[in-house]
Design a binder for this molecule. Structure first.
Ligand SMILES: NC(=O)c1ccc[n+]([C@@H]2O[C@H](COP(=O)([O-])OP(=O)(O)OC[C@H]3O[C@@H](n4cnc5c(N)ncnc54)[C@H](O)[C@@H]3O)[C@@H](O)[C@H]2O)c1
Length: 436
């Protein structure tokens, strides 16, 4: 099938690359010319395990091409994926400007029957709006088209494998024929496919993200209670998670969620509720708990040093919002580093892949290191924000020697309490007893 994917960010680039790898002809389109030039040369514009190999392979097979012309992408394809960003707007609603802009262009350049697929995360009712905009912008010669909702559930850091082995594929369509064609497109993945009307599909995406965000905030509240009550959140979470109705995933207590999806999607869902006159109280609480969680972690550090952080030096490990990505959007590290800087503390950071993104935010206000150990030399404490694999089994005697005092604040509960005690660290984590 001839496919174009408009918007080549995390979702669009992964979608386009994987669909071309299944044998489809794919044109990836973006308004960012610089991005397109890099991609044409096989240079990935995001960090995602396995992406580079697939990108280069499919470019060489001539199945994957790139263009900065929406007109070209629209005219040359039968199926058009819209995968542009839908960031949070000032009011909290999803900013749909890019989606509407693509819809306008589709109306302008449509030259035959097309299936338009909304892969971006869009509020309920957006499919209807895309249809209206396309119709409004079409010239006198009317072409037929269908709009389908096909939300994406991939996770950054494992985007390729998530796309190729999804838990489910959701196809929302108000007509049978386009749903059948898109079902066929995904058949090689052998994944469960659920077909719904467009509005339900749109809502499945928001409801799923809001549920997962709520699960994280829930366990974080339990962690906060564990701290004051003297319980251990890991044991509590294990005990809860073994109940099949609850499940063990997303029960890791820590400093909360970040990234390009959960924060904006929870806020957008609450806004959608308001638009329809319904108050989503549980999701609103999950948002609030998440905001507080990073602050509480910082306050623990501040309290430990009796609120005297000025000129103290902290080595931070991990700044991306989660491991295996360089994405810094809404990362807890950003708020935490800002709080440190407000107290005039000195900050050294190390992250395996997100240094360049971190530099864009903090410029010369903090110090950057390309090695985890170099980042903690003479620091008053090590602060762990992102649970990268390479931090799991570090050389603790080296860490102890390099720090000016053996103190670790761990926002992701990476280490065993008894082991830390044995090694002689002061170790403060989340929802567990402090080792002092
Ligand atoms: N990142 C994720 O993990 C993830 C997962 C599931 C769903 N989503 C959703 O998928 C959508 C895309 O997210 P993303 O993270 O890939 O975004 P992104 O910001 O990484 O990429 C969006 C791309 O769209 C391009 N773009 C913007 N306006 C355009 C226009 N008018 N025409 C052509 N290109 C345009 C931008 O230049 C950019 O390259 C969002 O709705 C997001 O919520 C994201």
């Amino acid at each position: 099938m001839k496919i174009s994917v408009i918007g080549t960010g995390y979702v669009g680039l992964v979608t386009g690359t994987c669909l071309s790898n299944l044998g489809n002809d794919v044109i990836c389109v973006d308004i960012d010319k610089e991005k397109i030039e890099k991609l044409k040369k096989g240079i990935p514009t995001i960090y995602e395990p396995g992406l580079k190999e697939l990108l280069v392979k499919n470019i060489n097979n001539n199945r994957l091409t790139f263009s900065d012309s929406l007109q070209y992408g629209i005219e040359k394809s039968d199926i058009i994926f819209i995968a542009v960003g839908t960031p949070e707007s000032e009011s909290g609603e999803a900013d749909m400007k890019a989606v509407w802009d693509v819809a306008k262009n589709i109306g302008k350049y449509i030259n035959g029957y097309k299936i338009i697929i909304n892969k971006s995360t869009v509020p309920v009712g957006s499919g209807d709006e895309v249809r209206k905009i396309i119709n409004k912008n079409m010239n006198a010669k009317k072409h037929k088209f269908d709009v389908v909702s096909n939300p994406e559930f991939l996770r950054e850091g494992s985007a390729i494998s998530d796309f190729l082995s999804p838990d489910r594929i959701v196809i929302g369509s108000d007509n049978h024929n386009p749903a059948k064609i898109i079902t066929r497109l995904y058949e090689p993945l052998n994944a469960p496919i659920i077909t719904t009307d467009i509005k339900s599909a749109e809502l499945i995406k928001y409801a799923s993200n809001a549920f997962l965000a709520t699960k994280i905030s829930f366990v974080n509240e339990i962690a906060n209670l564990c701290e004051v009550a003297g319980a251990n959140v890991e044991d509590v979470a294990t005990g809860m998670g073994l109940d099949k109705r609850i499940g063990e995933k997303f029960l890791n207590a820590g400093i909360g969620y970040g990234g390009s999806c959960f924060p904006k999607d929870t806020i957008a869902l609450v806004s959608t509720g308001k638009k329809f006159g319904y108050n989503l109280k549980i999701v609103q609480s999950a948002i609030e708990v998440n905001k507080i969680q990073r602050k509480l972690f910082f306050e623990k550090i501040s309290k430990f040093f009796k609120s005297r952080l000025e000129n103290k030096k902290f080595g931070i490990w991990g700044t991306s919002f989660k491991p295996n990505t360089d994405d810094m959007r809404e990362s807890p590290s950003v708020d935490i580093i800002k709080l440190f800087l407000k107290e005039n503390a000195q900050i050294n950071i190390y992250d395996p892949v997100a240094i360049a993104e971190t530099k864009k935010i903090f410029k010369n206000k903090i110090n950057y290191f390309s090695n985890a150990y170099d980042a903690i030399v003479d620091c008053d404490a090590l602060v762990i924000i992102t649970e990268w694999d390479e931090f799991k089994q570090v050389n603790f005697s080296k860490v102890k020697n390099l720090l000016s005092a053996p103190i670790i604040f761990d926002g992701r509960n990476m280490y065993d309490l008894n082991y830390m005690k044995e090694l002689g660290f002061k170790y403060i984590s989340v929802g567990r007893n402090q080792v002092l």
